[in-house]
Ligand binder design. Structure first.
Ligand code: NDP
Length: 292
């Protein structure tokens, strides 16, 4: 048996067509959606992610501001910049690329973003709203995973969903969204005993650990839907320099019913959902201040 491919690039292309139309409509009403992206430091992976986000804005008619600051940028100056962006009516979404340099308190910075512009959904008010079932913004990566499940009409209600990884940006919000969709949830972390006994009972398996290819075919239930969030750079062997996920694609594809590839799976969906959240923020602003 070979799993069907859950292709994030194809689904993204489809959603992005709608994004372009919505951005054009909002722009015609004087509310061109605007996203500000802030990068502090010279982390090469972050530079690539941020460039891709800005490029996506430009391709789909969103206004964007890209701030790049050196490693030694102070927390005070960063907070001042966020305050200015909070007050800027051209900006509907603010994203601070993580990780931040060690001298900056990430929590403090994320809490400084106005919740109605927090398109990453990391502010405590948005995390709380998600927890209570009324999210203002859904964090982009789990939101993208939900869209992928929707795209194949996955029977989420009543399914057993196992999430391997419990971070605030992926694992925990993923669990909340699946729970709201009616799944029964198991969340695993690095201390979980006998991980395979959990993963083997998953109808839907979401893996977000940052541990390359840790989920192998013998850990997966036949026919399961497997969503691989991991992005890892291969450091040795013939594929050195290429990307791989947290799932061992070659062995799992022989067991699963559906599987996301890396690259080309969850990655493109994360950027797409960032645009969706920015459009939603602009639509709210448009409703709040109708043009006369
Ligand atoms: P974090 O490092 O913040 O969290 C990793 C989680 O995985 C932790 O909860 C950790 O457990 C758990 N974990 C680690 N090792 C194991 C193990 N052996 N068994 C079970 N659980 C384990 O990572 P992120 O959530 O930020 O990212 C995870 C992966 O997803 C990375 O590869 C990252 O690059 C990728 N990513 C991809 C995105 C995309 O757009 N495709 C977006 C964001 C992330 P514990 O809590 O006990 O430490």
């Amino acid at each position: 048996m070979s799993a069907q491919l859950l292709d994030g690039r194809i689904l993204s292309t489809h959603i992005r067509k709608q994004i372009s139309q919505q951005a054009a409509t909002l722009s015609a009403q004087g509310h061109q959606p605007g996203l500000a992206v802030i990068l502090v430091g010279e982390n090469p992976a972050s530079q690539v992610y941020v460039r891709n986000k800005i490029k996506a804005c430009q391709e789909h008619g969103l206004y964007s501001v890209y701030d790049v600051y050196p490693d030694n940028f102070t927390q005070t100056d960063l907070l001042a910049r966020i305050t200015a962006l909070n007050a800027d009516p051209r900006i509907h979404g603010i994203l601070v690329q993580l990780p931040l340099p060690a001298h900056i308190d990430s929590h403090r910075v994320l809490e400084a973003i106005a919740p109605h512009k927090d398109v990453d959904g990391f502010h405590i008010a948005n995390a709380g709203a998600l927890m209570t079932g009324a999210p203002l913004f859904r964090p982009c990566t789990p939101y993208g995973c939900m869209k992928m499940l929707e795209s194949i009409d996955a029977p989420v209600r009543g399914a057993h969903a196992v999430i391997v990884g419990a971070s605030n940006i992926v694992g925990k919000p993923m669990a909340m969204l699946l729970l709201q969709a009616g799944a029964t949830i198991t969340i695993c972390n690095s201390k979980t005993r006998d991980l395979a006994s959990h993963t083997r009972s998953a109808d839907i398996l979401v893996v977000a650990t940052g541990r390359p290819r840790m989920i192998t075919g013998d850990m997966v239930k036949p026919g399961a839907i497997v969503i691989d969030v991991g992005i890892n750079r291969i450091t040795e062997g013939e594929n050195k320099g290429k990307l791989c996920g947290d799932v061992d694609f070659d062995s799992v594809r022989n067991v699963a019913g559906w599987i996301t590839p890396v690259p080309g799976g969850v990655g493109p969906m994360t950027i797409t959902m960032l645009l969706v959240n920015t459009i939603e923020a602009a639509q709210r602003a448009c409703t709040a201040t109708p043009q006369t």
